[in-house]
Design a protein around this ligand. Structure first.
Ligand code: CMP
Length: 139
């Protein structure tokens, strides 16, 4: 059964280009409530840990370098059917394939610098949220 929690990061390109506020506004207007929010900067080690599931992929080293190139915003979001609805809101990983009006369509630069991350399952939402936030039982 779907839970009502997902996890997102606003990535370095979107933060650097001043899209942080517009993206958070879009998320809230889409019906998500923000349960936790953090402006932070990943070290290469922490970025590598977060994306360790992709360690064997050809884009992994560049992804780690990019994700530690500037500040990010990490957040836990709540909404009925959160994981699926959030992935619809952000659009396809490759922004050239993202539906018009989605966050990646509006704000992403490339498949790597794709503005936002969204968890792909309830299990990963819990793991990824715990990577950045403690005390989750209070949510
Ligand atoms: P995200 O949804 O955060 O999950 C994994 C990330 O790897 C993805 O967004 C992109 O930033 C990046 N990524 C996925 N596929 C590719 C690719 N083919 N080339 C470069 N980066 C990719």
């Amino acid at each position: 059964m779907a839970t009502n929690i997902t996890f997102t990061m606003i990535k370095p390109d979107a933060v650097q280009n001043g899209h942080m506020g517009a993206i958070i506004d879009k998320i809230i207007k889409a019906g998500f409530s923000v349960k936790a929010l953090k402006y932070t900067w990943l070290t290469p080690d922490r970025a590598g840990q977060f994306y360790s599931v992709h360690a064997e992929r050809p884009f992994y080293n560049d992804l780690v370098k990019y994700m530690s190139s500037g500040p990010i915003v990490a957040a836990i979001l709540e909404k009925t059917n959160a994981v699926e609805d959030f992935r619809k809101l952000i659009g396809a990983t490759d922004p050239s394939k993202a539906e018009p009006g989605t966050i990646r369509n509006l704000f992403a630069k490339s498949i790597e610098a794709n503005a936002v991350h969204g968890s792909d399952s309830d299990e990963n939402a819990a793991v990824e949220g715990a990577f950045f936030f403690s005390g989750l039982e209070r949510f």
